[in-house]
Design a protein around this ligand. Structure first.
Ligand code: IMP
Ligand code: MG
Length: 182
């Protein structure tokens, strides 16, 4: 079925801005990790487009890996996650940069960061494409932020609503009529 573009209330991050963000972050990360042992860790599935764009803007040696986490019920309050898929690469000695689509409450990432730190890694930092700071519940901040956004539900560029809209090439605000129809 063809996607209904009326489901997008307005564009929040255009394709052009996405490109600029990835170039800016890529340049900064290339500088900061020049003498390090970089392992980019993408948290599936939302970070896939950002991971693909970001890695191509990083000029130092790097490796990539993927994690799948599932939140336990009650995750909204504890943030506890289990791995549905763990890393393939043993992260010992690596400088880990977790690549995320959006940092919202931060509960999932705060827990994930603790787990990674416990694995004899050299360092763990976070690079998020979007940051909804107003909604933060955990004591965590990203080291690299693409763009700060207001507390609205966004879709596209990997972000989903009910697993849809991930393929939009820009980030948009989901029209409230989409929930109302449910
Ligand atoms: P949190 O930071 O632990 O609350 O969880 C962040 C995750 O929630 C992200 O990786 C997204 O999968 C999802 N999420 C949070 N806000 C949005 C949004 O506005 N649109 C789509 N997914 C979102
Ligand atoms: Mg999601």
């Amino acid at each position: 079925m063809k996607m209904d573009m009326n489901d997008v209330e307005r564009v929040l991050v255009s394709e052009e801005e996405i490109k600029e963000i990835c170039q800016r972050l890529g340049a900064q990360i290339s500088k900061d990790y020049e003498d390090k042992n970089l392992l980019l860790v993408s948290v599936l599935k939302g970070s896939v487009p950002f991971m693909a764009d970001l890695m191509r803007n990083i000029t130092c040696d790097l490796r990539i890996d993927f994690l799948v986490v599932s939140s336990y019920s009650g995750a909204k309050t504890t943030g506890h996650v289990s791995f549905k898929k763990d890393l393939d690469i043993n992260p010992e000695g690596y400088d880990i940069l977790v690549v995320e689509d959006i940092l919202d409450s931060g509960l999932t990432l705060a827990y994930l960061k603790e787990i990674l730190i416990g694995r004899n890694v050299n360092s763990v930092k976070i690079c998020t494409f979007l940051d909804k700071q107003a909604n933060r519940k955990a004591d965590i901040e990203a080291d690299y932020v693409g763009k700060q956004i207001p507390d609205e539900f966004v879709i596209g560029y990997g972000l989903d609503y009910d697993e849809k809209y991930r393929n939009l090439p820009f980030v948009g605000v989901l029209s409230p009529k989409v929930y109302a129809d449910k």
